[in-house]
Ligand binder design. Sequence first.
Ligand code: NZQ
Ligand code: ZN
Length: 391
Amino acid sequence: MNDFTFHNPAMVVFGRGKEEMTGALVKQHGGKKVLLHYGGGSIKRIGLYARVVESLRREGIEFVELGGVQPNPRLSLVREGVALCKQDGVDFILAVGGGSVIDSAKAIAAATLTTKKDIWEYYMNDPNGVSQALPIGVVLTIPAAGSETSDSSVITNEDGAFKRSIGGSCLIPRFAVLNPELTFSLPPYQTACGASDILAHLFERYFTQVRNVDLTDRLLEASMKTILLHTPIALREPENYNARSEIMWVGTLAHNNLLNTGRTGDWASHEIEHELSGIYDIAHGAGLAIVFPAWMRYVYRKSPHKFVQLAVRVFDVDLAFEDEGAIVREMIERLERWYRLLGLPVRLSEAGIPEDRIGEMSGKALVGRQSIGAYQTLGVPDVEAILRLAL
Ligand code: NZQ
Ligand code: ZN
């Protein structure tokens, strides 16, 4: 196990009706003038907007608002948010929505206090360079990205369709309200995309070359089992509180960095996927359902040990298969069947993505870096081969 420091100060408030506490939580964390940030309108349709506004008013907290965050959040709206924060003296950003809203809120929070260089410079060239941000609070409406307690933000610059991330402890939200009932209204496809992203966050951490990480291996395996079991239940019964609760909590634990203590994750599949959603504007979780099986097929031969362990412990593949390769291939097929059961694409063609920009995406995935991935490091030809396997 590697040495590590684990520090995640985000307060998690979990349960039915907990959004009623939003105003009190903002106050507790020092917010006096809030930017209320949200997406395309789902929070108004489910009555959440009204409840959050009422709780802010109850606590006498002033707010300005900026809706309209799109999935794969855009840099241009971040710039609008920064202008609003500066003009109105905002001291706290409240994100009500999913990963896109939260990531946009984080970008605004950082950019409002960053004077040394333009915020996009950090996303493009200095992803760990952001050291200060306005405090952020979250009311989560979709378990997926894990951004509610993560230290990262992913933004798309429309100019060049670059999708890039920054990371830093100042971006960890001060609190996250998790009410599983708020996810009852999710369309089945969004539930599925969210589950795929959660599973991917567990895979990325699981595939490590660091040895003797048995505790985190087993915590990751338990988390994977939970998401594999409960997602089909939530799809069949959208208002099943227990299934929604399991998914929501595992979504947070999958990405708050507890599960990568003492180990180094891979993350190549995420980098490759960001090219797909950056250019084709598909849902991140759908892109991961396409990339992960292809990445697995490409990578397992060099280091099959972790794949075999995963196959046996999580996908219940029988060790009686003739060799390690057969065990791993069986696991990948089971994984693809699960994605299909959820209604997700597992090939580029199924998402309507043609092959003509594979070369461009492979090159862009490596812009500004020597390689991606850690379980196996990948260069441009490897990324191209993986995307071709996904055709
Ligand atoms: O915009 P609204 O109207 O709110 O609709 C949203 C959106 O269309 C809808 N939705 C959310 N909650 C709902 C709901 N519809 C009905 N009922 C509800 N309760 O769902 C759609 C997708 O929302 P979005 O926020 O885009 O989803 P997600 O949470 O999957 O976030 C995706 C973004 O997060 C990034 C992804 O790359 C992508 O840009 N990620 C961020 C990470 C991080 N910051 O740590 C890590 C992840 O790996 C990921 O890259
Ligand atoms: Zn992800």
